[in-house]
Design a protein around this ligand. Structure first.
Ligand code: NDP
Length: 233
């Protein structure tokens, strides 16, 4: 891994995504922060002024294949490769109850949380440097092995599907020495996690980056939590 890594983060305008961007900039990396609406990404645009030339804010809706194509065309203008891809963008439909779960929630959740990371990684694969890391932000709610209640079904199904995406990408990219991880960040105080969650964004990012940095080729395709412990599939 080079001293200054070239990184791309999806869903980077708030929450954990913005946390990754702040952390990576603070350690001197070059960052492409992608989000649906760069014009409204106030925090990211302020960071661009603080880190001229090292942060590029680029539009990407991970659920829209045309948006992914546009990113692929723009990428060579802002970087000559990638050492870290963080598939962070995600959605959760809160308040779903058995008996009334709408079909559309499955469509949205799968498109953003599972298909999105697959298509983004597939499209960016030619730009991934040997030894690059791909971090797919998963959830314990996507683990059938940790299932303890009927909860957030469309999110849970989409994260379980994302875990298969991680396993498949790990196989597809192994020959290029790319390490693909499914990471459970724990319960974090963001818009999605809510104000009573266990960890601050900074704590979660510090821990996740340690797991990403210390991963070896033997970890390719594994599902790990923020402490580096294996999560059951
Ligand atoms: P937030 O709801 O705070 O942020 C979600 C981010 O994803 C926003 O930037 C949002 O952009 C973006 N996003 C949603 N849909 C798309 C899309 N189609 N294209 C591009 N960006 C999109 O969530 P968190 O920061 O908490 O979550 C980040 C990741 O961590 C998610 O994958 C989530 O599932 C996972 N996670 C979070 C946990 C927690 O406790 N917080 C626990 C376990 C996993 P916009 O502003 O445009 O909506």
């Amino acid at each position: 891994m080079p001293a200054q890594r070239r990184c791309l983060v999806t869903g980077a305008n708030r929450g954990l995504g913005l946390g990754f961007v702040r952390h990576l900039l603070a350690r001197g990396d070059a960052v492409i922060a992608t989000c649906r609406h760069p014009g409204r990404a106030t925090a990211l645009n302020a960071l661009t002024d603080e880190h001229p030339g090292r942060l590029h804010v680029v539009p990407l809706d991970v659920g829209d294949p045309r948006s992914i194509d546009a990113l692929v065309h723009e990428l060579p203008l802002v970087t000559d490769g990638l050492d870290l891809l963080v598939n962070n963008a995600g959605i959760l439909h809160a308040g779903e109850r058995f008996g009334t779960v709408p079909a559309g929630h499955f469509d949205d959740s799968l498109r953003t949380n599972a298909t999105g990371p697959f298509l983004v990684t597939q499209a960016l694969a030619p730009h991934l440097a040997p030894g690059a890391r791909v971090a797919n932000i998963s959830s314990s709610l996507g683990s059938t092995g940790e299932l303890d209640a009927f909860r957030t079904p469309t999110y849970a199904v989409s994260k379980a599907a994302q875990n298969m995406v991680t396993a498949l990408l790990a196989k597809a990219l192994a020959a290029r020495e790319v390490v693909v991880l499914a990471l459970n960040p724990g319960w974090v105080r963001t818009d999605m996690g809510g104000g009573s969650a266990e960890h601050s964004i900074d704590e979660a990012i510090e821990a996740l980056m340690h797991v990403i940095d210390t991963a070896t080729p033997a970890d390719n395709g594994r599902f790990l939590d923020w402490r580096g412990n294996a999560v059951p599939w």
